[in-house]
Each structure stands twice: as structure tokens, then as C-alpha cells.
Design a protein around this ligand. Structure first.
Ligand code: THU
Length: 142
């Protein structure tokens, strides 16, 4: 089914998730809210590590939470982030997270919402194909 969750609801969920960021090293807090085709929203935050490289981004935390609960189809993700949680500029997904999106999402349809607030004019929306042109995905191995 197609869902009727609004961008504003997703933004609120992402901001709430950012509040759970574990980022004692960078102090850069990130939150994500991933909308599955089921209509459920999966939240994620960045989770850092003293050894640095095990750090997981908010977007991947959300995807892995959702997939581990049985979800495989997704409509949109909202991402918010900033130093100490201050939403001063748009936080775009890193290359690794874009590749994880490519695994589970239709690049022509999957919406990526970057927000600095929940009011009109405080968010921008992209399709995955815009942020990951010529992406390599499961169909390349079919
Ligand atoms: N980070 C995310 O969680 N998502 C992004 O889109 C960009 C970067 C995290 C990783 C690390 O904990 C901190 O932000 C600084 O890179």
C-alpha cells in the first residue's frame, strides 16, 4: 500500500531520533526517519565508537532496524543533523548510506528529504537517482 504519512511527520520523527544520537567524538548529531511501504516509520540515529570506524550513520541504523523487522520496501527517508543537534544546515547522506538505499529502493521513486525544521520551506526533497547517479544495485547482478 502507498502511505499517507506527511513530510512534516517524518521530519518530527527524524528530529526525535536525533535526540538519541550517540556521538561523543564528533558531537555531530544525526537523526533519520525511514518510511516503509507498510506505513511504519523506522527511526535511526548515528552511533559512534571509540575505535571510530565501527560508527554507524543514522540512515543505516534506520535501514537495518527496518530490514531486521522484515521490511523490504521503502518510500522515503528524512534526515536531520547538526553540531550538538543544532539544525543549521542540511545534512545529506554519505556515500555508503546512499549505496545501502540503492539495495532496497527504486532510485527513480525513493524520496530523500533533508530538513532544517518542520515548517514549509525548511526542507528539500530529492530522488535517490539524483544523489546516486548510475547507482550499482541488485539489478546489475540479476
Ligand atoms: N553521519 C550520519 O549519521 N549521517 C550522515 O548523513 C552524515 C554523517 C554521522 C557519522 C558520524 O557519527 C557523524 O555524523 C560525523 O560524521
Amino acid at each position: 500500500m502507498f502511505t499517507t504519512v506527511t513530510n512534516q511527520e517524518l521530519i518530527r520523527a527524524a528530529i526525535e531520533a536525533m535526540g538519541r544520537s550517540y556521538s561523543p567524538y564528533s558531537h555531530f548529531q544525526v537523526g533519520a526517519a525511514l518510511l516503509a511501504r507498510s506505513g511504519k516509520i523506522y527511526q535511526g540515529c548515528n552511533i559512534e565508537n571509540a575505535a571510530y570506524t565501527p560508527t554507524n550513520c543514522a540512515e543505516r541504523t534506520a535501514f537495518f532496524a527496518a530490514v531486521s523487522q522484515g521490511e523490504r520496501e521503502f518510500e522515503a527517508i528524512c534526515i536531520v543533523g547538526g553540531k550538538e543537534g543544532r539544525l543549521e544546515s542540511y545534512t545529506a547522506p554519505c556515500g555508503v548510506c546512499r549505496q545501502v538505499m540503492m539495495e532496497f529502493c527504486n532510485p527513480e521513486k525513493f524520496r530523500i528529504i533533508l530538513a532544517v525544521g518542520e515548517e514549509e520551506g525548511q526542507w528539500k526533497e530529492y530522488r535517490l537517482e539524483e544523489l546516486l547517479p548510475l547507482g550499482f544495485g541488485p539489478e546489475n547482478l540479476a
